[in-house]
Design a protein around this ligand. Structure first.
Ligand SMILES: Nc1nc2c(ncn2[C@@H]2O[C@H](COP(=O)(O)OP(=O)(O)OP(=O)(O)O)[C@@H](O)[C@H]2O)c(=O)[nH]1
Ligand SMILES: [Mg+2]
Length: 702
């Protein structure tokens, strides 16, 4: 791949809803670019991208897949992502490696839940976007209606770059709206009526071009082409292209559009932080120090662990040493791989802008930034949705017992939306994923790949605890046993902490008397405040106090759930010149926190979920009333594809543990839903009593 200059690279990511035809398009583009002797097919299990056994059997994508091909002057690196919302994590990480998102829409289904979501995700990541309307060979399409809906939903800057010739079974090609060919008598929309909309979008990104255009000057084809690229980069133009991935109609034009209009790496400026703190733009020069990010892990049956890496700046070369900014460790990169679906080829180097895989580096994790200099630039982390659907896992047999944990962690490495935890109270091993389907696939993979079988059951809801009031108190820990004793006294104040605070503005002396210093932990929304007056707690013991508080927070003070959303101020204490030590302060802090938090109106929090339920229109009533019985709150309603209704609601996770099954029976198997963690919220008092009683009962039994 070293023969490609950065400016020739086009990193694209194919996103959209399930079954839109992304993988089929990718297979066909590969074939048309001269890779293979026939196009791979999702349907007969020969796709070069859907290569896992599970993908082949189910005929849809589960993991993202990388391919590359040449077209005209460009080298195109394409990442195909799964469209089912259960696997959205794959799309999120792939977006970090690309400059252009190609959002594929199924013409027959219209804009679907994950079309909208991935379009927005790409926008938030500042990627350029293109839209492909695929499956134009389907019967009974309302093409103008679909285009109107796209523009209503995604904006008027979405403009047709070409128009279908014939529609449905007669769809056989496309005609450009910028340069219509003479013969386009069967065009579905007259291309000439759209050309001006394309020009408007183009000149909006270029003042000089705008002036010439308004003056009525003749613009050269090159100037217009350059204008399109610029407008795509600026986002004033989101080109729409028309295809049928089955027959190939419109696909050559799509490939042209990708080569011509998708951004090259230098056209999207990303930002990072130097280790010393300064915010910087990340360039795309080979000569600059290395800045690269791991965006995907795949455990390949042959290569074993593969880490997919996007090189943003500098060059990554074989046998070089890089520093992983998460661990601080220097790691030797022995082998670089150019990836083509399931095939790999060794290469010597990867330029700025390129995507490669590295084989067999155990230390790399998704999201890690790799550098090769001091004061390296740290890229922002990749943020994944929290998996909330959990199942407690047990091995089926003694033989499975030994392998289970290793096998689950392997999957955890590959899939950032899958997590395995051991519940410290119940000792249950709990796996969490995005949906029941997601967890089912994990289970199948364990069986097929690692020969591990498990049995599962409903796990506990991950409740949390917090406090509702301020309180203060003290605790003296004193022990005299033989030789040296133990002595520490701490005085703590606790405060409920609101969400979305700016720590710099929030933690001030006016609010927290005597404040000297603070540690803020954004994950727990917890702050430890050092308000010690007159050196009554020696500085060397203050970290031990924080440790003691945190340990107790993990155990909770009400029903044994971890605590969050609070601040703890240490404001006074006493020590003893001989008997005081870190352990004594830790114990005193833990006990003191327990006592004080219990006086601060402790309360239970439960995870609330965003729900987006798509159901046939006539089932809407049943689904809404069922949601009401689940303490759900309706938040909106939308028209979905093909007469379906989309209900937006919020409901507690505790009520959604078996929702997939309920929805399926309520909707005759035609409903589907997206569920996403929203926030933690107070559990209503009557529910709270039940949960606390159950937790106390559990404890007694133990
Ligand atoms: N008739 C027709 N069928 C198509 C077209 N494109 C894809 N298909 C079929 O639609 C089905 C889904 O195609 P995929 O390529 O797997 O869709 P995908 O977007 O990759 O789906 P996910 O992997 O689930 O996100 C397959 O059966 C394809 O053969 C098309 O343009 N016309
Ligand atoms: Mg696919």
């Amino acid at each position: 791949m070293s023969k490609y200059q950065t400016a020739q690279l086009r990193n694209i990511v194919l996103v959209g809803h399930g079954a839109a035809g992304k993988t089929t398009l990718a297979d066909l583009m590969l074939f048309k670019a001269g890779v293979g002797t026939r196009a791979g097919s999702v349907d007969d299990g020969t796709s070069l991208l859907d290569i896992d056994e599970e993908e082949r059997q189910r005929h849809f994508s589960i993991s993202s897949a990388m391919i590359h091909f040449e077209h005209h002057h460009a080298r195109i690196n394409a990442i195909d992502t799964p469209g089912y919302p259960d696997f959205v994590g794959q799309a999120i990480s792939a977006l970090c490696a690309a400059e252009t998102a190609v959002v594929v829409i199924n013409a027959a289904a219209g804009i679907e839940a994950n079309t909208r979501r991935t379009f927005d995700l790409a926008g938030k990541a500042h990627l350029a976007r293109m839209i492909v309307i695929n499956k134009l060979d389907h019967d009974n399409l309302d093409f103008p209606g679909l285009v109107e809906h796209i523009q209503e939903t995604f904006g008027r800057n979405c403009v047709l770059m070409n128009v279908p010739l014939g529609l449905g079974p007669k769809f056989h090609g496309v005609v450009s709206t910028l340069k219509p060919t003479a013969d386009h008598s069967d065009a579905v929309i007259d291309p000439a009526t759209i050309g001006s909309a394309v020009m408007d979008a183009i000149v909006e990104a270029d003042e000089e071009l705008m002036e010439r255009y308004l003056n009525g000057d003749e613009l050269s084809a090159e100037a217009v082409l350059a204008g399109v690229s610029k407008a795509v980069a600026a986002g004033t133009l989101i080109p729409i292209l028309c295809t049928c991935a089955k027959s190939g109609a419109g696909v050559p034009e799509l490939m042209d559009a990708i080569a011509d209009f998708a951004l090259s790496p230098g056209e999207l400026v990303r930002h990072g932080h130097r280790e010393s703190g300064e915010e910087v733009d990340v360039g795309s020069s080979d000569e600059a120090p290395l800045i690269a990010q791991v965006f995907k892990t795949r455990i390949d049956p042959f290569v074993s662990k593969m880490s997919f890496i996007r090189v943003f700046s500098g060059k990554l070369t074989k046998d070089s040493t890089v520093r992983d900014l998460r661990t601080g460790k220097s790691v030797k990169v022995h082998q670089l791989l150019d990836v083509q679906g399931g095939q790999v080829e060794s290469v010597d180097e990867a330029h700025a802008g390129d995507v490669v895989a590295v084989a067999k580096v155990d230390d790399f994790q998704v999201g890690d930034t790799l550098v090769n200099n001091g004061d390296g630039v740290l890229l922002p982390p990749i943020v994944f949705p929290s998996p909330m659907i959990g199942l407690a896992v047990e091995p089926k047999s003694r033989a499975d017992q030994q392998k289970i944990s290793g096998a689950l962690h392997k999957i955890e490495e590959e899939d950032p939306t899958f997590r395995v935890t051991r519940d410290p109270q119940t000792h249950e091993m709990v796996m969490r994923g995005m949906s029941e389907l997601h967890l089912q696939i994990v289970q199948n993979r364990l069986h097929a790949r690692d020969k591990v079988d498990i049995v599962t059951h409903q796990p506990k809801v991950p409740y949390r605890e917090t406090i509702m009031a301020n309180a203060e108190g003290s605790y003296r820990h004193k022990k005299q046993s033989g030789g040296s004793g133990q002595f520490a006294e701490v005085h703590l104040r606790v405060y409920p902490l609101p969400h979305d605070i700016d720590p710099k503005e929030h933690f001030i002396k006016e609010r927290y008397p005597g404040l000297r210093d603070y540690h803020y932990d954004a994950n727990l929304n917890f702050a430890f405040l050092d308000c010690v007056s007159g050196g009554t707690v020696p500085n060397q013991y203050i970290p031990a106090v924080e440790k003691g508080v945190r340990e107790r927070m993990e155990q909770g003070v009400l029903a044994g759930f971890p605590m969050q959303d609070l601040a703890v101020a240490l404001f006074f204490g006493k020590d003893h010149p001989v008997d005081s030590n870190e352990a004594a302060f830790r114990t005193a802090a833990s006990m003191c926190f327990r006592d004080v938090a219990r006086q601060a109106r402790p309360t239970l929090l439960e995870p609330m979920m965003h729900l987006e339920v798509t159901v046939p229109g006539d089932k809407l009533g049943d689904v809404s009333s069922d949601l009401n019985t689940r303490r759900g709150r309706m938040e909106g309603m939308d028209n979905g594809p093909a007469g379906a209704q989309v209900v937006k609601a919020r409901a507690p996770l505790a009520e959604l543990m078996t929702y997939a099954r309920t929805l399926s029976s309520l909707s005759g198997g035609q409903g589907s839903y997206l569920v996403d963690f929203s926030h933690y919220e107070m559990v209503p008092p009557n529910e709270q009593q039940k949960v606390v009683a159950a937790a106390v009962h559990m404890k007694e039994e133990e």
